[in-house]
Design a protein. Structure first.
Length: 215
């Protein structure tokens, strides 16, 4: 009897221990599941952050202006703000482009009559057409300057191309790029981005000169 009672007590203790172990395992299992869920959520967030960081910023300048001579007809959306369409022959638009660059004070070192290209691939200036460079370029800011395009040494490339578009209109596309370096001290150059205003001004001057030719 004593032995039997003793075995019953041991068995009861074992069952209690097993029950506790079972509860402990369930608790561990829940914590592991929660940890896995947290890791998955963090992974998704990190992935989203990486994707967002690679997205290109929206310039808000998705406009193409169509001209009939010197009169603006309409505006429609496009992904390239530097493209402008004219209801004039390719040769007519090309014929006034050098005069446009001369009026802006941009000396041309590219004049490709076969490829209908004109411009300057590398020049240094502080003003274009009488305007400060900050009107046409954004090069970042520094102490005392909201746009260092007006205080740094800026090297520019401005090239315009004329071609026949898919809708039989003449397309004028201007590419503006630049970089800036400190004038007084040594330092690395910074990339400048176009504001879109120079491309627009070139198109407007082209339209104006075409209108004068017909008078």
């Amino acid at each position: 009897m004593f032995q039997e009672g003793r075995f019953s007590k041991v068995e009861a203790n074992n069952q209690t221990a097993l029950h506790r172990n079972s509860k402990d395992m369930e608790s561990v299992d829940r914590h592991m599941k929660m940890a896995i869920m947290v890791l998955l959520v963090l992974g998704v967030c990190i992935s989203c952050a990486r994707q967002q960081s690679t997205l290109a910023p929206n310039t808000g300048r998705d406009v193409i202006t169509r001209y009939h001579g010197h009169v603006s007809l309409n505006v429609q959306n496009t992904v390239d703000p530097s493209r402008h369409a004219f209801n004039e022959p390719v040769d007519s638009v090309w014929s006034v482009l050098q005069d446009v660059y001369e009026e802006l004070g941009i000396e041309t070192n590219i004049v490709d009559e076969r490829g209908y290209q004109v411009g300057n691939s590398r020049f240094v200036t502080r003003r274009i057409g009488g305007d400060r460079l900050s009107r046409y370029l954004s090069c970042g800011s520094s102490v005392g300057y909201s746009n260092i395009a007006d205080s740094y040494r800026v090297t520019l490339s401005v090239i315009s191309r004329v071609r026949l578009g898919a809708d039989r209109q003449t397309m004028l596309q201007t590419e503006v790029t630049g970089s800036a370096m400190p004038r007084q001290v040594s330092g690395n150059s910074v990339i400048c981005t176009t504001t879109g205003r120079l491309e627009q001004r070139i198109a407007e001057l082209t339209s104006s000169l075409l209108g004068e030719e017909r008078r």
